[in-house]
Design a protein around this ligand. Structure first.
Ligand code: ADP
Ligand code: ZN
Ligand code: ZN
Length: 745
């Protein structure tokens, strides 16, 4: 039994890692474990304060005679407050995902910073809603769409925070100023923190439920009121009324004096959604976004702790809102990659939400039009309750999708980027003054090699992911390190049209300008939108119909409504399909489905063209038919066959360092340790893959090697992570940095 406990006194202190040492009296013995609250004497006069045990040790850090005793262990049987709940969550994150406790604490507790009083600007309408709407119509007739949009929003919302108009509706300061000069509104500075929407709650535009909605809501409430806490997965097509169901579920929980957290990817949180929540919950709802300063984030959390709000909406980090009596967590668009943290600890918000819901006694609701394979798998195994919504209460038809085979285009002598179908449709839309989006997804693009004649892609014989070409003339697998010599002729058909795909958004832009010199073209990608303002500027320019064609990466796919768009073209679906990781088909299906959803948001039905060299791939066929079940059944077979998550678990171990030799050596060493661990447990289901250079093998002169461990049992992988950490600590190998990613995205 340990002699001393390291105790943290004030969780919200700036230095979270600052702990104080106390002696564990024999009488308390085994009660003192990490995470429990204790009473200790503290400071001058030794007043009694509450602290939390972070760790136990036998090593005194100061002169032993100065170490005081713990007074008592606080009862743990009663309901935990937010702080204890979150502390337990931090411990869980550390154990589940690796990293240090201090890293986990920093994720869970925002740092206390002096809160700069935000000077927010409120926009106050000076005319009645009817007059505003009339004026909006007038601006619309003059094609002054930004003013039309601003006045319509103002008519709907009443007084409103300027940042909401700017950020969510892409209304520029210039437009606001112009409308002010014309006497439609005034801008008022207010020092006090205020919520964005001001209209009082209890109002909802929708009366009643559709049958599908009613079924879900009733099941949720029945279970909830009986004290059952489940995880629900709602698979509902876009526009099927999921958000309406979320609002009613939250309302049910809030009426019982509990609170709710709703996670939504920032980019998908539209102005309309914010306003819908405000209509119902008025100033009892708050929302977070990534551009909040640490002080503002802290301020939001204080409001939650002080019971000033019932509902928090926000991205991943909103999950840690310190509500004392959390009743439900909702994760919308649960399949999104942004729910996985990109720094250590690499926690997944969905898994972490499951844990928090458990600790808090809350229910968890997941929703998506295209659920992640992970969630669908759990639902089908009965771990989640699955509900589907297939109809749209407001009607609206799905867009028409055409898949064009680029191999056939090549055979006909068309060597341009555009199939004849896409080219004709583009000409048609330009003629009709309708808008077009062209989409080229390069994220995860890894330099795979494929044949433009037959569509063949060169893959790793062991991992079934595409190989990546390297400058040394070899093709490499980023999972297992398998290498083979690059080819100049297609091994399938003997064609010389084999090689990498070098299409970028700039090339698309050039090609469009050549083909349609009169068209007004905008391009949006990592280069053109280094700054947030540039991003907003491009979007509002397109929204206001000051351009005909928007070309972009995945950035343009999500969240934005462009009613003028009636044609969406996917230039090269293969780019994401052949990314060298096991989730590439899933990502392609999501992207294509979502991109298709961009077409025809307005009154005119939309048209979608998917261009590809592999039209027979199931993720493309399924996306074209908008058939989730078809996609899932094929995809899960692949995961089963190859033992990839969710059927099995995968731990990615990343070794980084300045000297390549040392990095490689360390990766080899860890690979051996992991292998020995599996052998010592006679675990024949687990395997170690690699090491190999990572997908990105070098960043800023730091070399990166990876190894993967597969095992159906998550605990085994956890054990291996611990074993690897111990091994490194034992020999004090500090020349390299090692990080861990469970079931990587
Ligand atoms: P989702 O979140 O699934 O995309 P929403 O909840 O945003 O769907 O609903 C889509 C549209 O349908 C919204 O305009 C919403 O107001 C409307 N709607 C939702 N439920 C109903 C209903 N029961 N009756 C009428 N309209 C509804
Ligand atoms: Zn070929
Ligand atoms: Zn391989």
């Amino acid at each position: 039994m340990s002699v001393f406990a390291n105790i943290i006194i004030d969780i919200s202190l700036e230095k979270l890692d600052k702990t104080f040492q106390y002696r564990i009296p024999g009488t308390l013995g085994s009660l003192v474990v990490p995470g429990v609250p204790v009473k200790v004497p503290f400071g001058k006069g030794a007043r009694t304060v509450r602290g939390y045990v972070l760790s136990l040790t036998d090593k005194p850090e100061i002169d032993e005679s100065r170490i005081k005793d713990i007074i008592s262990v606080e009862g743990t049987s009663e309901k935990k407050g937010a702080e204890e709940e979150l502390l337990a969550l931090a411990f869980w994150i550390k154990n589940h995902y690796g990293g240090t406790l201090s890293q986990a604490l920093k994720v869970v507790f925002p740092v206390k910073k002096a809160v700069r009083v935000r000077e927010s600007v409120n926009i106050v309408p000076l005319k009645s809603p009817e007059e505003l709407k009339e004026a909006a119509r007038e601006f619309g007739r003059k094609h002054n769409i930004a003013r039309e949009r601003a006045l319509n929003a103002l008519a709907e919302s009443g007084e409103i925070d300027a940042s909401l108009l700017r950020g969510k509706l892409n209304i520029s300061n210039g437009v606001i100023k112009a409308l002010e000069d014309m006497g439609y509104l005034s801008q008022e500075k207010s020092k006090k923190y205020r919520n964005p929407g001001i209209r009082a709650g209890e109002k909802s535009g929708i009366s009643g439920f559709s049958e599908e909605q009613r079924k879900i809501y009733d099941s949720f409430c029945r279970d909830y009121d009986m004290g059952l806490r489940d995880t629900f997965l709602i698979r509902g097509v876009t526009g099927s009324g999921k958000t309406h169901v979320y609002i009613e579920m939250i309302d049910h929980v809030v009426r019982q004096g509990k609170q709710a957290i709703m996670l939504i990817p920032e980019i998908a949180l539209t102005f309309q959604t914010v306003m819908r929540f405000h209509e119902r919950f008025a100033d009892r709802v708050s929302y977070m976004h990534s551009r909040l300063s640490p002080g503002e984030r802290y301020d939001q959390f204080e409001r939650a702790k002080n019971n000033e709000i019932d509902v928090m909406i926000g991205p991943r980090s909103a999950l840690f809102t310190p509500f004392n009596n959390l009743g439900v967590i909702i994760i919308d668009e649960e399949h999104e990659n942004s729910y996985k943290a990109d720094n250590m600890p690499k926690y997944h918000a969905r898994e972490t939400a499951e844990k928090r819901a458990f600790l808090a006694g809350a229910s968890l609701v997941l929703g998506s039009a295209t659920p992640s394979v992970d969630s669908e798998y759990r639902a089908r195994r009965g771990e989640y309750r699955l509900f589907t919504m297939e109809s749209r209460p407001t009607g609206g038809s799905l867009p028409h999708v055409t898949v064009t085979d680029l191999r056939a285009e090549l055979a006909r002598g068309n060597k341009t980027m555009f199939s004849s179908v896409l080219r004709e449709l583009m000409a048609d839309r330009l003629e009709k003054k309708e808008q077009i989006m062209l989409f080229l997804n390069r994220r995860g693009y890894s330099g795979f090699i494929s044949c433009r004649k037959c569509g063949h892609v060169i893959k790793c014989p062991h991992c079934d992911v595409s190989l990546t070409s390297h400058r040394d003339g070899y093709l490499t697998c980023h999972y297992c390190g398998y290498r083979e010599k690059n080819v100049s002729l297609c091994p399938e058909c003997g064609s010389k049209y084999i090689g990498g795909m070098r299409a970028g958004t700039e090339q698309v832009e050039e090609a469009v300008k050549k083909l349609f010199p009169g068209a007004r073209v905008l391009r949006m990608d990592g280069d053109t939108v280094k700054k947030k303002e540039a991003y907003d500027e491009i979007l509002s320019c397109f929204k206001d119909r000051r351009a005909d064609i928007l070309i972009g990466t995945q950035m343009i796919v999500k969240g934005h409504d462009f009613p003028g768009v009636t044609l969406v073209g996917m230039i090269l679906a293969d780019l994401s399909l052949n990314a060298s990781d096991f989730r590439s088909a899933e990502r392609t299906f999501d992207l294509l489905t979502q991109a298709a959803g961009r077409a025809g948001r307005g009154v005119t039905p939309g048209e979608v063209v998917i261009q590809t060299y592999s039209p027979e791939h199931y993720s493309i066929e399924a996306a074209a038919q908008q058939d989730y079940n078809m996609f899932y059944s094929k995809e899960i077979m692949f995961r089963e066959l190859m033992s990839y998550p969710p059927v099995s678990h995968l731990l990615k171990v990343l070794v980084e360092g300045k000297r390549e030799e040392a990095v490689n050596e360390e990766a080899e060493k860890l690979s051996k340790v992991a292998g020995e661990y599996l052998r010592s447990r006679e675990d024949r289901n687990g395997s170690v893959i690699g090491p190999a250079p990572d997908n990105i093998s070098k960043i800023k002169d730091v070399f990166r090697y990876v190894l993967y461990v597969k095992d159906p049992d998550y605990e085994v992988l956890s054990g291996i992570r611990e074993e690897l950490e111990n091994d490194r600590r034992k020999e004090m190998r500090y020349g390299t940095i090692v990080s861990y990613d469970f079931d990587p995205q």
